[in-house]
Design a protein around this ligand. Structure first.
Ligand SMILES: NC(=O)c1ccc[n+]([C@@H]2O[C@H](COP(=O)([O-])OP(=O)(O)OC[C@H]3O[C@@H](n4cnc5c(N)ncnc54)[C@H](O)[C@@H]3O)[C@@H](O)[C@H]2O)c1
Ligand SMILES: [Zn+2]
Length: 372
């Protein structure tokens, strides 16, 4: 059993149900927040393993809204995925606050966010703001939320079409990583989480990148050892800069263009998983790095070969491109409205706070279109 210790809480790896029971026994009321898939695929096992009686639950989106047919189908479809991200907003927070009120939650309650990044980000935000904040646990059920979303205390929701515009930094009382929840994940979600593992390798760990280069496919046996490595890398970074004023910005590699693409797709009802958008963003930002630091075309080809094994190409038409350029102007990471990039001096070594012209950004999108 392993714990990864952060300043004020631990990340408990794998079967740590005893620690879970110890941590939760002091609370008057325990409420589990889920999405329809985490309820179907994880909740029964969660109840069985925790042996906690009398849990209250909140499921978003709830049974009366537009996701109903996907929920009844029980499959984690692309439609529900995009649908879920669309529900990561203040309206759903209002629904959660209402349910918390109905359930009689107070500052001695505990919220357990049992779901992917949407549930963890939004549930953490609601727990941190309801009655000025009560305790919560992150219990991520997707690879992406396990290796990235649940480490580092970033919580929030989308607003007016912009990703994560409303939010705060706050830490849970614990994070529990239970690998068996990943068994029901569709391949697209494994790929999505894997993109963040690749990012961690590219920004900080050359050896991990070398290991990834030898891989041909994604399955649980291969991914399991990478989960821990990835969490440790993210922990190292966020601990040095919890509030993202400096070094933590290196985690944004691939995210300036990736978020812009993800937002443009979502606003146009096109399906793309977060990590898939980030993978595309990393390719474009590798191109920007090549231009900025004069890397050779071979350097770039080496990266593309590995990306092609795992990540599909997405069509970026002119409308999506112009929306991306607009989205980049509104990015939270901007200073004085100028987009802010993290670029690769080399594999495992990056610089942050770099400015890139719009012409270069357009070239990077063109490069993705014609070379990937
Ligand atoms: N806070 C952070 O630091 C941070 C970092 C990265 C990403 N994020 C956020 O995380 C979100 C993306 O997270 P995500 O990819 O987990 O998306 P998600 O929460 O939408 O989950 C993806 C899909 O998997 C389904 N699902 C969840 N658990 C399952 C299981 N065990 N079996 C089968 N299906 C399951 C969900 O219902 C959904 O359809 C984005 O909103 C992003 O902004 C936050
Ligand atoms: Zn990400």
């Amino acid at each position: 059993m392993k714990n990864i210790r952060l300043k004020d809480h631990s990340i408990y790896l794998y079967d740590q149900w005893n620690n879970f029971r110890d941590l939760t026994e002091k609370y008057d009321k325990i409420i589990v927040l889920m999405d329809p898939n985490s309820k179907i695929y994880c909740y029964d096992e969660f109840k069985m393993k925790t042996e906690i009686k009398g849990l209250d639950t909140i499921v978003v989106p709830d049974k009366d809204n537009r996701c109903r047919s996907d929920v009844e189908g029980g499959a984690s479809s692309g439609i529900l995925r995009n649908c879920l991200e669309q529900y990561k907003n203040l309206e759903t927070c209002k629904f959660i606050y209402e349910r918390l009120t109905e359930l009689g939650a107070d500052r001695h309650s505990l919220l357990i966010n049992l779901g992917g990044g949407v549930i963890c980000d939004m549930g953490g935000f609601c727990a941190s703001t309801f009655m000025r904040g009560f305790d919560f646990i992150q219990f991520p059920t997707t690879l992406l939320a396990q290796v990235d979303g649940s480490v580092g205390g970033k919580l929030g929701v989308n607003f007016n079409g912009y990703k994560n515009l409303i939010g705060i930094f706050n830490n849970p009382v614990g994070v529990f990583i239970y690998d068996q929840f990943l068994v029901s994940l569709p391949e697209v979600e494994l790929r999505s989480g894997f993109a963040e593992i690749v990012k961690h390798a590219l920004i900080l760990n050359y050896n991990l990148w070398e290991q990834i280069k030898t891989m041909d496919k994604l399955n649980m046996d291969i991914l399991l050892p990478l989960i821990e490595k990835s969490i440790v890398i993210k922990k190292q970074i966020v601990q040095t800069d919890p509030g993202e004023t400096g070094k933590r910005k290196i985690l944004n590699f691939g995210h300036t263009l990736g978020h812009a693409l993800e937002t443009a797709f979502i606003n146009n009802n096109k399906s793309i998983a977060h990590g898939e958008a980030i993978a595309a963003g990393m390719i474009m930002e590798c191109y920007l790095s090549m231009a900025y630091y004069n890397h050779s075309p071979e350097w770039m080809d080496d990266i593309l070969i590995t990306f092609r094994k795992f990540f599909p190409k997405f069509e970026i038409d002119e409308d999506i491109e112009s929306e991306m350029l607009e989205n980049i102007k509104m990015d939270k990471k901007n200073r004085k409205r100028k987009p802010n990039f993290t670029l690769m001096i080399d594999i495992g070594n990056v610089e942050y706070d770099l400015e890139v012209s719009e012409t270069q950004i357009v070239k990077s999108i063109d490069y993705y279109r014609s070379n990937y």
